[in-house]
Design a binder for this molecule. Structure first.
Ligand SMILES: *Cc1c(COP(=O)(O)O)cnc(C)c1O
Length: 399
């Protein structure tokens, strides 16, 4: 499969045609919570219909289904090669996955800290909590693995097939949090995932303006189970958010490959910076973490086949001093100092400011869709300014 080929722009723009109601070209914002009830006993009607939530002939109440989320789920199902369901945010989707699988134990190591807290919350509601184990511990029947890859915040990848084989050998299930590598970068079902999770807040939304979570499963039966649980957990996507999601999905194939290519350029460029290099001052960048740079692991695995559509657009650098890491995000002019990732604007963050367990000198970069030469110039001048320790007047970027 050649890079970028798998993600079809035609699918992104038209996969929901069959569930679109009305004559609008651009999907209408639909905020109604409730929908007119047809007179099923009118002449010509044979009686109550059966309600198929994946293919609703009509909507009833927006906690069940609603126009724009149904359409967005159609597009997400097509591009993820499965049956996709949307949630109010990534953590709501994670929680729903645990409720669905009822793990005896949950194997998780590192990654997005919120998922660890979500597991704690899940366990608070249970008489017998599901112990948390490491993904490299031995597995038993009933275990569920939560494998985040590429991993927050380093952007380094893990071998999905290895963990799939290991958990399937005991009859357990594998959830892959593929938030850092949406289509066309990575397709976790190809490597043995049972459920694919995304924080749609990141690349699917892509514009830093809505929260969304996505679970993708392999069968309609499993999708229907998830849908029914979601209806009563109440963790549906808001109507306006679903509309923003659908709007954003139309350009996923334009945004993500661009972000991916720029990130690879910047990671390679920064990794040459152990000594002074292309204007990067010496002794500022200690290390660059990115899937493109990680090489082979102890088992001989390397991530290029798994990241078939390109490297993930979010990665991390470790600076030589904590002061440099703290100030770099405030010395950039295009990279915005902010948490989160996946949007069109490049973001930069001293990670320990939101995750106290993180390496104190680590800075995470989420590469947006700006011109890569401008992003490189911005990082160069910021690294120079941080190294000089200057206080820069806050001015709007001059392009
Ligand atoms: C953001 C994120 C989440 C949580 O998603 P929300 O939409 O913020 O609830 C989970 N996993 C990863 C890898 C993330 O980046």
């Amino acid at each position: 499969m050649s890079p970028g080929k798998k993600l079809s722009g035609t699918d992104l723009v038209h996969a929901d045609d069959e569930v679109a109601l009305g004559l609008q070209v651009a999907p209408a914002i639909s905020v109604s919570t409730t929908f007119r009830n047809p007179d099923l006993w009118a002449p010509g009607k044979s009686g109550p219909e059966t309600f198929d939530p994946r293919d609703p002939e009509r909507h009833v109440y927006s906690r069940y289904t609603q126009e724009t989320s149904t359409r967005a789920e159609r597009v997400l199902s097509r591009i993820n090669d499965g049956y996709a369901l949307t949630y109010s945010c990534g953590l709501a989707a994670a929680y729903a996955a645990f409720v669905h699988l009822k793990p005896k134990r949950i194997a998780i190591t590192k990654g997005y800290p919120g998922v660890h807290t979500s597991i704690e919350v899940y366990n608070r509601a249970r008489d017998v909590p599901a112990p948390v184990i490491d993904i490299d511990d031995p597995f038993r029947a009933g275990d569920v693995v939560w494998l985040e890859t590429p991993l927050n915040p380093t952007g380094e990848a893990r071998d999905i097939q290895y963990y799939a084989d290991k958990i399937h050998a005991v009859g357990g299930r594998l959830i892959v949090d593929s938030t850092f590598a949406p289509p066309p970068l990575q397709y976790p079902f190809k490597w043995g995932a049972d459920i694919v999770h995304h924080s749609g807040t990141k690349y699917f939304g892509g514009h830093s303006d809505m929260l969304c979570g996505v679970l993708v499963v392999k069968t309609k039966e499993e999708w229907t189970d998830l849908w029914s649980t979601r209806t009563f957990l109440g963790s549906v996507s808001g109507s306006l958010e679903a509309w923003l999601l659908l709007r954003s999905l139309r350009t996923l194939h334009l945004r993500v490959p661009r972000q991916s290519a720029s990130a690879a350029v910047l990671a390679t460029w920064l990794s040459g910076a152990a000594g002074a290099h292309d204007g990067i001052p010496a002794d500022v960048v200690e290390r660059v973490h990115h899937s493109s740079l990680q090489g082979r692991d102890a088992r001989g695995w390397e991530p290029s086949a798994q990241l078939e559509g390109g490297w993930n657009p979010t990665f991390a650098i470790v600076l030589t001093h904590v002061e440099l890491a703290a100030r770099l995000p405030h010395d950039t002019r295009l990279f915005v100092p902010a948490t989160s990732l996946g949007g069109v604007e490049s973001l930069i963050e001293h990670r320990v400011s939101v995750d106290p367990a993180e390496h104190p000198r680590l800075v995470r970069l989420s590469v947006g869709v700006e011109d890569v030469d401008d992003l490189r110039d911005d990082l160069r001048q910021a690294l120079q300014a941080a190294a000089r320790g200057e206080v820069r007047a806050r001015v709007a970027p001059k392009l």
